[in-house]
Design a protein around this ligand. Sequence first.
Ligand SMILES: NC(=O)N[C@@H](O)C(=O)O
Ligand code: NI
Length: 169
Amino acid sequence: MRTAAPLPLAVHPLTREAFAPYGEVVEVSDAVRHFTINAGNTERYHDLANIEPGPDGRVIVSIFRGQPRSLPFTVQMMERHPLASQAFVPMSGKPYLVVVAPAGAPPAAEDLKVFLARADQGVNYATGVWHHPLLALEGVCDFLVIDRSGPGHNCDEVQLDRHGVIEAL
Ligand SMILES: NC(=O)N[C@@H](O)C(=O)O
Ligand code: NI
């Protein structure tokens, strides 16, 4: 059977509103609740992400050191964590790519949404949201990762029938 050519995927700027169907954006913003603490020294941007450890789960904090991806990048697979959320907060001062699809049935290439995240934006994938594994850019990058430790299977992977391709930023 002839395999369809990969579907070109547009790259969108990451905003809280656009990412809302997939989870939260962790960033400084006047649109989020914030207040001054520490005798005026510090501004607290409060409660930015819904961290869900899931049944019998424990929230853990890890660091992922990702090798940079090169463009064009072909999206061949997606994964989800059916039990818990997963957050990535960049630590290396570089942008990165986020590829997501709504929770539920395994996605087709047409369901994929690509965001370019700035170096000062983290993301929290809500439980079950399909996403591509870490897509670092420009160099080796560290990310603080907040996700789950606990019993049960918490990572489903699917191969896409039709691939997507991110040609350029
Ligand atoms: N496998 C693993 O912990 N990493 C993925 O979940 C990912 O989203 O990068
Ligand atoms: Ni993941």
